[in-house]
Design a protein around this ligand. Structure first.
Ligand SMILES: [Zn+2]
Length: 374
């Protein structure tokens, strides 16, 4: 059975081995987070200093480490898969992997320009090539194919945190920016199809649920299961049959839009900072958001005037959390501090504060030991 051009929502569900309840449950899990897009281009366009072939070889290393049982196939693809990775005028702009039939390695095309998004794309397509070869002659349903490709992207993030921490932040930001599309408009289109089942199939229906299942599978920390998935071909949905909508991650970290760069003396910058602090309060459901506006404003203004407010930004200027502090009496060494960092980002906030204001280290909770850098 293959998915036909004029397929509808029910055909798509059947072919991928899921049902409408699962799709609904998965999409509803997304709703409370209400994705705030951010500036996707800033993150995805960041240069990473790797040539196309270096990116391809890095992808091979990532998969060799993540899926040791598939190493012979991974090495073969890394060495011998025909590929066109250089940007060319008129070349198909979307990356793709073309199945050339049994016994032949797939062809991978990717217009690689050395940006963060391009590395993600190379790893994504490498995963497609691997899933095609490992599944031999058995064609994998499209959603499962995308689960494999998104698993590849997650392997990349994990690999970078251990092997190339210098690239980890940039690639992670690009991955988060991609969520804006996959879990924003793509999820909205799928929800529409769920409500109007006669809608005609479009390939992008496969992305939102696959993105979530890939996260849930990685969280199981079961390498054998994932290796089976890559080999499973038409039976792929049986590998993740045990996953329920409640197992899917609430992965959208509600990133606020980035703060634009501002010139010294630009008054709008102060408004933006106050705005970011208030939005962080609202995201955190914090009691501070209950304070009367005039009192909140006066208190924030005083902290900003006296340099006792700190707003932590991501490498791409997304506000992540803030802290304000005051000394009960002039002689005291340790201030009273209020901090707010929604979505569990307190460590990031404190880390940034320690780096920016070294004297603050003494006031902050001790750094947890043995923590990875991601
Ligand atoms: Zn794909």
């Amino acid at each position: 059975m293959s998915i036909v051009k004029r397929a509808d929502f029910a055909d798509w569900c059947r072919y991928n081995g899921i049902d409408a309840c699962f799709v609904e449950g998965a999409l509803l899990a997304l709703a409370p987070h209400c994705w705030v897009g951010g500036d996707a281009n800033t993150a995805t366009d960041a240069p990473i200093g790797l040539e196309a072939e270096q990116a391809w070889s890095l992808a091979s290393d990532v998969f060799c480490e993540a899926l040791p049982a598939l190493q012979p196939i991974i090495r073969r693809i890394g060495k011998a898969a025909p590929r066109g990775l250089l940007p060319r005028a008129g070349k198909h702009p979307q990356p793709f992997t073309y199945h050339r039939g049994a016994g032949r390695l797939p062809f991978v095309s990717c217009s690689y320009e050395g940006r963060a998004a391009d590395l993600l794309a190379v790893v994504h397509e490498f995963a497609h090539a691997l899933q095609l070869v490992a599944s031999r002659r058995s064609p994998m349903p499209p959603m499962a194919r995308e689960v494999c490709a998104f698993l590849g992207e997650l392997f990349l993030l994990r690999w970078l945190s251990l092997n190339r921490p210098d690239l980890q932040g940039i690639i992670e930001c690009a991955w988060v920016a991609d969520n804006a599309r996959y879990l924003g408009p793509d999820a909205a289109n799928l929800l529409e199809a769920l409500r109007a089942p006669s809608a005609r199939y479009v390939y992008r229906w496969n992305y939102p649920i696959a993105r979530l299942i890939a996260q849930a599978l990685l969280a199981r920390d079961d390498t054998a299961l994932i290796q089976n998935l890559f080999r499973s071909g038409a039976g792929a949905h049986e590998v993740f049959a045990g996953i329920e909508p409640r197992d899917l991650p609430r992965l959208i970290p509600g990133l606020l839009p980035p703060m634009p760069a501002s010139a010294p003396g630009d008054r709008s910058a102060v408004y933006r900072q106050v705005g970011a602090i208030l939005l962080l309060d609202l995201q955190d459901d914090a009691a501070a958001a209950e304070t009367a506006i005039i009192d909140r404003y006066a208190s924030l203004f005083e902290h900003m005037r006296t340099g006792t407010a700190f707003l932590a930004l991501s490498p791409f200027s997304h506000p992540l959390g803030y802290a304000v502090w005051s000394f009960a009496d002039p002689g005291s060494q340790t201030p009273e501090m209020h901090s707010c960092a929604p979505f569990g980002r307190h460590e990031t906030l404190f880390d940034t504060l320690r780096k920016t204001l070294p004297h603050a280290a003494g006031w902050l909770p001790p750094q947890p030991q043995g923590r990875q850098t991601r």
